[in-house]
Ligand binder design. Structure first.
Ligand code: NAD
Length: 374
């Protein structure tokens, strides 16, 4: 463990990592140096989501701030430094990224890269002793997700997944109904998430590239899948799925549309659909004595809905990117208060397990695939 040039925070994190591996982490007192200053966040990958949503949101947050950037494009770095006042010492390229371990300004690394890079950058961030926030989908498969969880656990850093809907108050009201069940037994769920896109070529089309985690299911399908799980408050036991392509000239080797059925315990069935060919944004639950729904259910703002008893879900969180600010503030507070985040790595891993089964079923022509409990 090389600690010569480390700050007290870095030193402590490394020591915690070492002690944790030895089962001794409880012997250290709380550190007060990090206790209440806003956490420094470094964004890795300065594409659409970082530029248009997360960086503006980090200007609204109270418990964290944009402190650093990691990018492969020097021109972008200069522009970001100007716009966000980021000092040279907090700018990294992908090759030199691991030096971030010695930077006391950075507490959290937020991985906002194409999906195939979520695992390697989570592992590198954890090895550097930084807490990790990772965008959805968490990884390419459940095995990768499990390795990410283990790496963060070993280094005693937090791992939170960027499922922003779980921080949204109307969504949280729907999640609570899974347990209070005011409409009786849940019977059927419909979850649809998609958008019409890719008619014009432009940008880096990694979302069309299977090797980089492309396809509608990874991108938008996880919203529907995650919603089916949080609306039932249960884990699916089996899945059947069908992948299809409506525009074969654009979608080669990835799904343009995926339809999937999740079977939950007690006979609850969730029908999910995701597509890059159609705008879809519905979450609906049918119960023995009524129904409730959100539409849109995964928009950046204006999530709203109603129920058969006349109740409305219409809490406003504010204009975009208020939702992202809410998510990052909640995740920062969890770190500062040493609590588990609302959406830990395990939540992403459960989705990846189901996703693996969905892809397996689709590859097998819609065969029913059971999901091992775990
Ligand atoms: P993007 O293509 O706009 O940006 C990706 C960035 O990664 C670019 O800056 C690119 O230069 C960089 N990069 C590094 N290595 C790369 C490689 N090998 N191939 C391609 N790009 C590479 O993508 P985005 O829309 O910002 O999405 C990034 C991540 O954020 C994805 O995981 C996506 O699912 C997630 N996302 C989440 C939300 C949400 O609402 N939570 C919304 C959009 C995107």
């Amino acid at each position: 463990m090389s600690i010569e040039r480390s700050s007290p925070d870095v030193f402590r994190r490394r020591l915690l990592g070492a002690l944790g591996a030895a089962g001794m982490a409880g012997v250290l007192p709380r550190v007060s140096a990090t206790a209440r200053r806003p956490l420094g966040v470094a964004l890795v990958g300065l594409g659409y989501y970082s530029r248009d949503l997360l960086a503006p949101a980090l200007k609204m947050t109270r418990h964290c701030r944009l402190a650093g950037i990691v990018t492969g494009t020097p021109d972008k770095a200069a522009e970001w430094q100007r716009r966000h006042g980021i000092p040279d010492r907090n700018v990294y390229d992908y090759g030199g990224f691991d030096r971030i371990a010695d930077n006391p300004d950075i507490d959290v690394v937020y991985v906002v890269l194409p999906n195939h890079l979520h695992k390697p950058f989570t592992l590198r961030s954890a090895a550097a002793g930084k807490h990790v926030w990772c965008e959805k989908p968490m990884a390419m498969d459940a095995a990768e997700a499990r390795a990410m969880i283990e790496a963060c656990r070993h280094q005693r850093v937090q791992l939170a997944i960027g499922y922003r809907m779980q921080h949204e108050p109307n969504t949280q009201a729907v999640m609570a109904l899974a347990h209070s069940r005011p409409f009786g037994r849940l019977q059927r769920i419909r979850a649809e998430a998609g958008f019409r896109g890719f008619d014009d070529a432009g940008g880096d089309p990694w979302r069309l590239d299977a090797a980089r985690g492309g396809g509608a299911m990874y991108d938008m399908g996880v919203y529907a899948l995650n919603a089916a799980r949080y609306t039932t408050g249960a884990e699916p036991v089996a899945v059947t799925a069908t992948a299809s392509v409506q525009r074969p000239e654009i979608f080669r080797g990835v799904d343009e549309t995926m339809q999937f059925r999740l079977e939950f315990p007690d006979g609850i069935v969730a029908d999910g659909e995701t597509s890059f060919g159609r705008n879809l944004n519905l979450l609906r639950a049918e119960c023995a004595n009524g129904w409730y729904e959100l539409s849109p259910f995964q928009a950046y703002e204006g999530v709203r809905g109603e129920a058969s008893d006349g109740r409305r879900f219409d809490i406003a969180v504010g204009a975009t990117p208020a939702q992202q600010a809410r998510q990052m503030d909640a995740d920062a507070l969890a770190i500062l208060e040493r609590r588990a985040p609302r959406v830990p790595g395990e939540e992403g891993w459960r989705d990846m397990q189901v996703l693996d089964a969905i892809f397996a079923s689709a590859r097998a022509g819609g065969k029913r695939v059971e999901i091992a409990a775990g």
